[in-house]
Design a binder for this molecule. Sequence first.
Ligand code: OAD
Ligand code: ZN
Length: 243
Amino acid sequence: MTEHYDHIVVLTGAGISAESGLDTFRDKGGLWSRYSIDDVATPDAYRRNPGLVHDFYNQRRAAARNAQPNPAHYALARLEAEYPGEVMVVTQNVDDLHERAGSQNLLHMHGELFKLRCTDCGTVWNTDGDTSTESVCGSCGSQGSVRPHIVWFGEFPFYMDEIDRHLEACDLFVSIGTSGTVYPAAGFVDTVIRRQKGQTVEINLEPQAENSKSQQKIYGKAGVIVPSYVEELLQTIVSTRSD
Ligand code: OAD
Ligand code: ZN
C-alpha cells in the first residue's frame, strides 16, 4: 500500500540515544535507578541542594558531548530533508544528537543540556562546560542563579502550543524509544488517535504503556528499525511518483 503523508510528527525519547551510549531513565540500570528524581530533577531539589543538581547535569552534558548521533538520528534528518511532506521531531531528550545529525524542524520539549538559564533575569544562553553554585549570569551578574535550561518534574514543558498544533494537523505520528510514562508526551498518541485522522506507529524495543495503543508497532533497536522505516516511507514517494 502506498501512502503519502502531508504532516509527520515524530516523538522521540531516551531510547533513540541509547545506541549512542547515553543512559535511558527507566531501563534496567537507567538513571532513575541510580538517582532519585526528587534529588536531581525538581525545582525543590535545586533549592535544597543545587550543587548536586549541577553535578548531575554536568555529567549528562559531558556524556552527551562525547556521544555521536546514531543511524536513527541520521535517518530522521534524512526524512526531513527528502520527504515532500512536513516532518517535525518533538523530542523529550535534552541531548543535541538530533541537531548534530541534521534535524532542523525540532522541538526540545524538556529543554536542552547545552543551554543555561538565569532564575533572576530569565536570560537563556548556550553553554558547553560545567556549572556550579558559583556560576555567574553574564547578563545580570547574579551569582547562584544559573540553572540548567531543563524542564523538571512539576514544571511546564516548552513549546506546548506549537506541539498541540502539530498533533492537531499531523496525519502520521511515530513514537520512538519512549516509555510513554511522562505526561504530557505520553498522551500525544491518544490525542492523535482521538482525532481519527492520523496513523500512529510505535517503535521501541518492546510494547510501552500508552504508545502500545498505536495502530502499527515495530519492535527492535531504533538504530536498525528507524533507518529501514524511513527508507520505506521514502520508497512510497518514489513509487507514487513513478505510478
Ligand atoms: P525512558 O527511560 O522512560 O524510556 C526509554 C525507552 O526507550 C524504553 O521504553 C525502552 O524500551 C526504550 N529503548 C531503550 N533502548 C532502545 C533502543 N536501542 N531502541 C529503541 N528503544 C529503546 O525514557 P523517556 O521515555 O525518554 O524527563 O523518558 C521520558 C522523560 O522521563 C525524560 O524526558 C525525562 C525522564 O524523567 C525529565 O527529566 C523531565
Ligand atoms: Zn541573570
